[in-house]
Write a protein that binds this ligand. Structure first.
Ligand SMILES: *Cc1c(COP(=O)(O)O)cnc(C)c1O
Length: 242
């Protein structure tokens, strides 16, 4: 075991404790929130240390990097690999074949490609629909900043939920970068309202998962209903760009 393990374990357990406190403060059960440890850009030694420290849901942003890591960590068969970054069309097959959950399904076109590759691979892929609730031009996700235009999303979403090899499980967002966690709160609240809206429109679909909150604002996200938080730097340290 590397000496990284105790350090990562301490931060991982602290994060779980903070999640539990935030959940309780909002009258929620701590076990209703799952912690995804984001290991993008981290070398495999850090990924392995995170697993040995107790992490069992890992989030990666880049399909090739994620596949390389999951293939080298096959001995940890209980670990789930989540794709949380934008997936380019040409990477759809890698994602369809390898990941346990895609948080960042952001277009009908990508959904159709994933569905086709899943069909060929004989597997179903659980997905979350990514929404751009801040309305920023630079962000991926279906534009959902303006609540009065949510009905314009329904045609696309109806086509996504009808795809046989994708299993829609909920929603995901990445709010605009603010600086404080309070800045993120209204965006988390908006995603929660969108969840309720979609659940009323598609009664046969399960939208129960809400993936929101990162190192700087996950406690706020939990107070607002997150069921999956995606925490990187607060657990595994600064990203390692090479
Ligand atoms: C990098 C990333 C995270 C983790 O961010 P931290 O600030 O390191 O916690 C979460 N979600 C997405 C989509 C990311 O790209």
């Amino acid at each position: 075991m590397s000496d990284l393990v105790p350090l990562i374990r301490e931060r991982y357990l602290q994060t779980l404790e903070n999640i539990a406190c935030a959940a309780q403060s909002a009258g929620r059960k701590p076990e209703s929130v799952k912690l995804v440890v984001v290991t993008k850009t981290q070398p495999v030694e850090v990924v392995q240390a995170a697993i040995e420290a107790g992490a069992h849901l890992l989030g990666e942003n880049y399909p090739e990097e994620g596949v390389m890591k999951l293939q080298s960590m096959r001995q940890f068969s209980a670990v789930e690999w989540h794709m949380i970054g934008h997936v380019q069309s040409r990477k759809a097959q890698l994602v369809a074949q390898n990941f346990n959950l895609l948080h960042s399904l952001d277009s009908l076109k990508l959904a159709k490609r994933l569905d086709r590759f899943c069909g060929e691979a004989g597997r179903a892929l659980p997905v979350l629909l990514e929404f751009n609730v801040g309305g920023e031009d630079s962000k991926s996700g279906w534009l959902a900043g303006d609540e009065t235009h949510w009905s314009a999303l329904l045609d696309d979403l109806a086509a996504v939920v009808a795809l046989p090899n994708l299993q829609v499980r909920g929603l995901m967002t990445m709010p605009p970068l603010g600086g404080t966690s309070e800045f993120s709160r209204p965006f988390f609240q908006k995603l929660k309202r969108l969840q309720q809206y979609l659940a009323s429109q598609f009664q046969q679909v399960n939208f129960s998962e809400l993936s929101m909150g990162t190192s700087g604002d996950y406690e706020t996200a939990v107070q607002e209903g997150a069921t999956l938080v995606r925490v990187g730097t607060a657990i595994v340290g600064a990203r390692q760009y090479t």
